[in-house]
Design a protein around this ligand. Structure first.
Ligand code: NAD
Length: 428
């Protein structure tokens, strides 16, 4: 399904160029914002459990920090590239700006496959990564967080290394920490719930009652599962989810016309979000090829797995019944496919608005950590709802006033905010 020559950074730059045209930005601002302001490339020597030393390639990219310290995740991935990290760091700048957080955008990565690394080897990679960028990250500089194949344990090892080097406690230096060790309640739910808060607002705008809708979702990991939870609480019915099968190295879609049972499926899902297909079949699910999630006759499609999934090649398989595309994943739709989706009249909630709940809650974690005072879960989730709703409404109002798609409106608002901050600081 994915195009092999797809370069996410080129896609991100193209999206930025469109926004720069819309806003008529001057050349210096364009040159500044279409590339990261700072990049760190380094090699991390790690002593493996067998005594050998292996060298891992690591990155941290700070796309822009005019509005505040850079913020964004750290990914462990065998196919990590500098261009993926650059694209994701740029998308983080727009995401923190669209949610109006006092933060910039950054992203990091290590080229490695945690499936083949022991816990102690992963710990040494985390500590080695921090040693390489220690002077360039921190609560007032750049705050890393978990992302693909990194988790709260990795964040705690990284924080510990940071604090050893700093000689003091800086709990606000890293977010995504375990609850009880500086993590925020509600962070696990935040991204998926945030996606559905934006869907709720879109349904209101389109005058559709949630109870009358159905959805199909790509992925069954953190974002997808909590999106399903809140969507079902709103009365919606999810008829299809898809997941990656590690053993077969392909994806499958799991369908039940009268609605999937979240908790039943969760019980047969591994920690990477892979669903056991034999057990699913026994439970009465139709097990279909992975692409089928996109072809369902539903009202709402939620890609919540990975980037570059809806392309010019498969966009025509989307049913004419679909009314809303809510992008839970980062960059799931290519710019060309997005144009076709707009022409089909499907209402898109763009990724950096739809999935901003994660960084909103990371910001809440940072605030709580800096204060060393932690909020109840209800307070976190209520603040999340307020922030996501106001972000959605700002984008939606701009789109209506200027008769443009939501993605263009979200770009116009966020790029304008960042450009303004660069101007106000006297950079351009
Ligand atoms: P995850 O690892 O918990 O889950 C990913 C899911 O996608 C798994 O169920 C996996 O089986 C499935 N998957 C992988 N490849 C697939 C394929 N080819 N076809 C179908 N399913 C496939 O990840 P997550 O945290 O839920 O993140 C999902 C997406 O959302 C990513 O793009 C991530 O960058 C983005 N995102 C996540 C957060 C967050 O807070 N977790 C925040 C913002 C954006």
């Amino acid at each position: 399904m994915a195009q092999t020559n797809y370069n996410p950074f080129h896609a991100a730059q193209l999206q930025f160029d469109n926004a720069a045209e819309m806003l008529d930005l001057d050349q210096a601002t364009r040159d500044l914002l279409r590339n990261p302001i700072r990049e760190f490339h380094f090699h991390i020597p790690v002593r493996m459990d067998d005594g050998e030393v292996k060298i891992f390639q690591g990155y941290r990219v700070q796309h822009n920090d005019a509005r505040g310290p850079a913020k964004g995740g750290l990914r462990f991935h065998p196919q990590e590239t500098i261009d993926t990290v650059r694209a994701l760091s740029m998308w983080m700048t727009w995401k923190t700006a669209v949610a109006d957080l006092p933060l910039g955008g950054g992203k990091g990565g290590v080229v490695c496959d945690p499936h083949n690394l022991s816990a102690t080897e992963q710990e040494r990679i985390c500590r080695g990564w921090v040693r390489q960028v220690y002077k360039n990250i921190g609560p007032n500089t750049d705050i890393p967080a978990p992302d693909v194949m990194t988790n709260s344990q990795h964040m705690l090892w990284m924080l510990d290394e940071y604090e050893v080097l700093a000689g003091a406690r800086y709990p606000g230096a890293i977010t995504g920490k375990p609850v009880g060790m500086g993590g925020s309640l509600g962070r696990t739910e935040a991204t998926g719930y945030g996606v559905i808060i934006t869907v709720r607002e879109a349904l209101k705008e389109l005058d559709i009652s949630p109870e009358s809708t159905t959805a199909s979702i790509q992925g069954f990991g953190n974002v997808s599962q909590y999106a399903i939870e809140l969507y079902q609480q709103m009365g919606g019915k999810v008829v299809c989810v898809s997941a990656w099968d590690q053993q077969d190295q392909t994806s499958y879609a799991f369908k039940k016309d009268d609605g999937i049972d979240l908790y039943e499926l969760r019980a047969i899902t591994n920690s990477f979000g892979g669903i056991d297909k034999e057990k699913a079949a026994e439970l009465g699910y139709s097990v279909l090829p992975g692409d089928k999630w996109l072809e369902q006759e539903v009202d709402i499609l939620i890609p919540a797995a990975l980037e570059n999934q809806i392309t010019e090649e498969n966009v025509s398989s989307i049913s004419s019944k679909v009314k809303i595309l809510a992008e839970g994943a980062n960059g799931p739709t290519t710019p060309a496919a997005s144009k076709i989706i707009d022409e089909k009249g499907i209402f898109t909630i763009p990724d950096f608005l739809a999935n901003a709940g994660g960084v909103v809650c990371s910001y809440f974690e940072q605030v709580q950590s800096n204060m060393n005072y932690f909020w109840e879960k209800e307070e976190v989730l209520s603040k999340l709802d307020t922030k996501m709703t106001s972000s959605y409404i700002a984008v939606s109002n701009f789109a209506l006033e200027n008769d443009m798609p939501m993605r263009d409106a979200a770009y116009a608002i966020s790029v304008d905010r960042v450009a303004q901050a660069c101007h106000d600081r006297g950079w351009v």
